[in-house]
Design a protein around this ligand. Sequence first.
Ligand SMILES: CC(C)(COP(=O)(O)OP(=O)(O)OC[C@H]1O[C@@H](n2cnc3c(N)ncnc32)[C@H](O)[C@@H]1OP(=O)(O)O)[C@@H](O)C(=O)NCCC(=O)NCCS
Length: 198
Amino acid sequence: MDIVRATPDLAAALTAISLAAKRYWKYPESWIVAWTPQLTISREYVAASPTYAAVEEGAPVGFYALVLWPAAAGKLRAQLDHLWLRPDWIGRGLGRVLFEHAVATARQLGAADLFLEAEPNAEPFYRHMGARRTGERIGEIEGQPRVLPLMELDLGSHGAQGGDGGQGRGFLDRRGTLGRPRLRRCGRGRRQAPARHG
Ligand SMILES: CC(C)(COP(=O)(O)OP(=O)(O)OC[C@H]1O[C@@H](n2cnc3c(N)ncnc32)[C@H](O)[C@@H]1OP(=O)(O)O)[C@@H](O)C(=O)NCCC(=O)NCCS
């Protein structure tokens, strides 16, 4: 397993991962269709945004992307814009590896904090990783309200160490795993996909 800066030629493969990951939560297919524009990763997006893929045997199996925003007092904020895993990799430790890599990258890029709009089913994961809920965005899909948690992590206080200058290997090496994070074996996920509407 390597974590690499994604290149634009991976855009279609990353889109396939984001769609498959969203389907993991068993949403109606019409909702997936409605969300497809947001879940589509373009070549231009990959070129413009810090996007990192976990690659196993030459194929991406998960990725994250950051967007940097100017904030008050000359500071920068990092938005975790995407974090998706191929469903057969969910629950095996890769989410933590990618999240911690994102934290290290955001810090390396000079961000003071990391914020995100969470998939509701993923809020417990983000809480476990140290993020706190700061609010919510109330949207709507097919006439039903949908509450999206807004979450934030102060990069000054988060425990993740590292910062890899954008290469990935350095972060993993510092964890003593030499680019091969210890991941749980397939089929041993401890969680079930929750109810249809999250
Ligand atoms: C959310 C997601 C990225 C998490 O990745 P994951 O590989 O399942 O998480 P991991 O196995 O690395 O778990 C990391 C830690 O979080 C904990 N955790 C994960 N999900 C949790 C949950 N629902 N509740 C509480 N803790 C949770 C794990 O127990 C683990 O703890 P530990 O490392 O201290 O032992 C993954 O489930 C996913 O891609 N889901 C579908 C797509 C999605 O919703 N993405 C989020 C978009 S905002």
